[in-house]
Design a protein around this ligand. Structure first.
Ligand code: USQ
Length: 392
C-alpha cells in the first residue's frame, strides 16, 4: 500500500511510519514540527534525544535500505495539503497530525482556539482533499476514548441502540468530553461521519486510550531512530510521567483521589492496532469506530505499579496525591467495550511490573535531560482566581 502518515515526526507517528515501511509499504511522512515547537514555547523537551526528521529518515535508510518520502508543511494550509494528497495518491492516510494535549488546550482562550482551529480545520481540509483526489483511500483517524467522558453506563464501541417512544435506532454513543482538546476530536468525528455519509469516503475512527511505553521493534534498531518521550504536565501521559518521576526521586503526582479510570495501551499495541486497521479497510461510505485500548486502570493503580517496580530497582518512590488541577470525576463507574480490534487479531502486550522496570531502566539512561521545574502542574481547568490559588 501507499501509506501517508500525517504527524509522522511525533511520538506515535514516527514509529508508525517505520512499522509500515519495515513491512514493505511505500510510506510518506507529513509534518510541520508543531510538537517540537510546543516544547520550545513551554521550555520543555523530550526526555529522549530525538534527531531532526531528515537525520532520522537517513538513519532508517541506512538500517533498512528503505526510503521514506517527507512532506514538510501544515495540513491546515490547503494549498500545501491538496498537492500532497493528489501526487502521493495514498491507499491509506493515518492521521495523527493534531494538537494532542488536554492541558495545553485549557491554558487560556488562545490555546483553546488554536487547538480547535488546528485540529478541526486540518481534518476538514483532509476530507476535502480525499474527496477530490483519493476517494477510495482509507482514512485512519486517531480519535480518543476521552470523547465519551465517564458516563455512569457501559461505553459501547462508537454506537448505541436507543429505544425511544416505541421506536429504536443505532446512534453515535453520547459524548461528554473533558477538555477543549477532547472536544476537538468530537467535532472531527462528526465531520468525518458526515463526509462518509455524503461523499462515500471510508474511515476508521480509532478512539485510543492513554498510551505508554518507549520502544518499538523498529526504533530499537539504532539509537537515532528513538521516538520522543514526554513527561511534562502538557505532553505527558500518566504512566510515562510517573516513570520519570520515579527515576528522578519526585513524588508521583496522582491528581485528587486517583480513582480516575481510563483505558491504557502499550505503544507496541498502537502499532499493531493501526496495522490491523489498515489491513482490514471498511466498505465505501462506511464510518467505523474502534475503541483502541487493552486494559483499564485507575490512576492510583498505575502509580502503585510504578512505585513497586521502582522499589525493585532500589529507587525511593513515594505516591503523593495533589489537588486535581482538572475538572473530572475522581471516582466513577467505568466499563468500556474494546472487542473489535481483538476480533481482528490484536494480541495485547499487557502492563506488568517487569515492563515498567524496563521503562525505568531506559529512562535512567537519559535522567540528566529532565527539566526539573516542569514536573508540578500549573495549568488548571478552573478560571483565573482558582488557578492562582492552586499554584500557591
Ligand atoms: O501527573 C498526572 C498526570 C495525569 N493524571 C491523571 O491521569 C488521567 C489521564 O491523564 P493523561 O495526562 O495521561 O491523559 P489525557 O490528558 O487524558 O490525554 C492523553 O490520553 C488521551 C486518551 S484518553 O485519556 O482520552 O482516553 C489522548 O487523547 C491524549 O492525546 C493524551 O494526551 C487523568 O485523569 C489525569 O488527571 C494524574 O493523576 N497525574
Amino acid at each position: 500500500m501507499r501509506i501517508l502518515v500525517l504527524g509522522g515526526d511525533g511520538y506515535l507517528g514516527w514509529p508508525t511510519a517505520l512499522r509500515f515501511s519495515a513491512r514493505g509499504h511505500e510510506v510518506g511522512i507529513v509534518d510541520n514540527f508543531l510538537r517540537r515547537h510546543y516544547h520550545v514555547e513551554l521550555g520543555t523537551d523530550s526526555l529522549t534525544p530525538i534527531r531532526p526528521l531528515q537525520e532520522r529518515v537517513r538513519a532508517w535508510h541506512e538500517v533498512s535500505g528503505r526510503e521514506l518520502q517527507v512532506f514538510i508543511g501544515d495540513i491546515t494550509d490547503y494549498s500545501f495539503l491538496e498537492p500532497v494528497i493528489r501526487d502521493f495518491a495514498p491507499d491509506a492516510v493515518i492521521h495523527y497530525a493534531e494538537q494532542p494535549s488536554a492541558p495545553y488546550s485549557m491554558m487560556d482562550r488562545a490555546h483553546a482556539v488554536f487547538t480547535q482551529t488546528n485540529n478541526v480545520v486540518g481534518t476538514l481540509n483532509l476530507l476535502f482533499a480525499l474527496r477530490d483526489h483519493a476517494p477510495d483511500c482509507h482514512l485512519i483517524k486517531l480519535g480518543t476514548m476521552g470523547e465519551y467522558g465517564t458516563p455512569n453506563i457501559d461505553i459501547e464501541e462508537g454506537f448505541i441502540e436507543i429505544h425511544h417512544n416505541g421506536r429504536s435506532d443505532i446512534l453515535p454513543f453520547p459524548k461528554q468530553p473533558g477538555s477543549f482538546y477532547h472536544l476537538s476530536k468530537v467535532h472531527d468525528s462528526h465531520n468525518i461521519q458526515f463526509a462518509c455519509r455524503a461523499w462515500g469516503l471510508r474511515c476508521t475512527d480509532l478512539n485510543q486510550g492513554v498510551v505508554y511505553g518507549i520502544e518499538t521493534e523498529e526504533t530499537v534498531q539504532d539509537e537515532r531512530l528513538i521516538t520522543r518521550f514526554d513527561y511534562d504536565e502538557c505532553f505527558r501521559t500518566a504512566l510515562n510521567r510517573f516513570c520519570v518521576q520515579a527515576v528522578i526521586g519526585h513524588p508521583l503526582t496522582v491528581y485528587g483521589k486517583g480513582g480516575q479510570t481510563r483505558g491504557f495501551l502499550n505503544i507496541k499495541d498502537t502499532l499493531q492496532c493501526v496495522e490491523l486497521t489498515a489491513n482490514n479497510p471498511p466498505a465505501e461510505g462506511e464510518y467505523r469506530v474502534f475503541n483502541q485500548f487493552t486494559e483499564q486502570f485507575t490512576v492510583m493503580q498505575l502509580a502503585e505499579v510504578v512505585a513497586k517496580a521502582g522499589t525493585e530497582l532500589g529507587l525511593r518512590t513515594e505516591i503523593r496525591p495533589i489537588p486535581d488541577p482538572r475538572v473530572e470525576q475522581e471516582e466513577h463507574y467505568y466499563n468500556a467495550k474494546h472487542t473489535k480490534l481483538i476480533d481482528l487479531g490484536l494480541k495485547p502486550h499487557y502492563l506488568s511490573e517487569e515492563l515498567v522496570e524496563s521503562m525505568l531502566r531506559v529512562i535512567q539512561r537519559y535522567r540528566d535531560r529532565v527539566v526539573m521545574d516542569r514536573i508540578v502542574p500549573r495549568i488548571t481547568w478552573r478560571p483565573a482566581r482558582a488557578r492562582e490559588e492552586a499554584i500557591a
